[in-house]
Ligand binder design. Structure first.
Ligand code: HMH
Ligand code: TZE
Length: 228
């Protein structure tokens, strides 16, 4: 399982090389260090998980669009399975965390999406519908890859908080690692056929959504609200 260590000249390795600064900031983010050492304010975690339920629904839509646009049956099947998988993870949030917190389906639905969440999901859908297929894939990749890298690091460390550990287990586990390997292999299969301009456009999408990944944790930590 080498999704964190792609072949050096592969398209995905080039993409990852381009986000070195963003990845360094993500690893050091207080939301994640707080999950690891258990010091993260529970209110920030609850806020984040509610926002993530909204995020996963829109992310599943973006993956379904990638599925509709894929050039072969393997790509159609993979993205459609992952879209259904993202909805399954969203459903699990209701059965585990929201049940724990005493939050109903209606409570979650009635919570508005925070500004960063609106911006990130709007950007994903804009890339999925309006960009080239490579741009669509470039935009959805950080969601998979960054969470798998974060999960791997946090799983190795472990958390003293059982709820945070449960979150870590979702993304640090073998099942998610397998999903991420599949999508990175699919991206590397299309990489060599892309024009220089399309590769650059896809890399720009990848960098932008990586930045949104950092901003999503910042949104949770600050419990971001609309300023007006
Ligand atoms: C914001 C965000 N990015 C990535 C994932 C991984 O699925 C997630 N659940 N939420
Ligand atoms: C939750 C999630 N994140 C990226 S893909 C996916 C669904 C995996 O099947």
């Amino acid at each position: 399982m080498a999704w964190h260590d792609r072949a050096p000249d592969s398209f995905t390795a080039t993409l990852w090389d381009g986000i070195g600064d963003v990845w360094a900031e993500i690893r050091a983010h207080p939301f994640l260090t707080g999950l690891k050492d258990g010091t993260l304010d529970h209110r920030a975690f609850v806020f984040y998980v509610i926002q993530d339920a909204h995020y996963l629904r829109e992310y599943a839509r973006a993956l379904a669009v990638c599925g509709a646009r894929a050039n072969d049956v393997a790509g159609i099947r993979m993205f459609c399975e992952h879209a259904a998988g993202a909805i399954a993870v969203e459903r699990e949030l209701h059965e585990s965390f929201f049940a724990d917190f005493g939050l109903s389906e209606a409570d979650v639905a009635a919570t508005p999406m925070a500004p960063t969440n609106v911006a990130y999901t709007s950007y994903l859908l804009s890339a999925a519908y309006g960009g080239s297929y490579a741009e669509a894939v470039g935009a959805v990749l950080p969601c998979y890859w960054i969470y798998a890298e974060v999960g791997r690091e946090l799983l190795a460390a472990g958390s003293p908080d059982s709820r945070y550990q449960r979150w870590i287990d979702t993304y640090g586990g073998e099942e998610f690692a397998e999903v991420v390997s599949q999508v990175l292999d699919a991206a590397d299969a299309v990489g060599p056929s892309l024009s220089e301009a399309d590769r650059a456009a896809a890399a720009h999408r990848f960098t932008t959504t990586s930045r949104y990944e950092w901003m999503f944790w910042e949104m949770g930590l600050r419990r971001e609200t609309w300023p007006v």
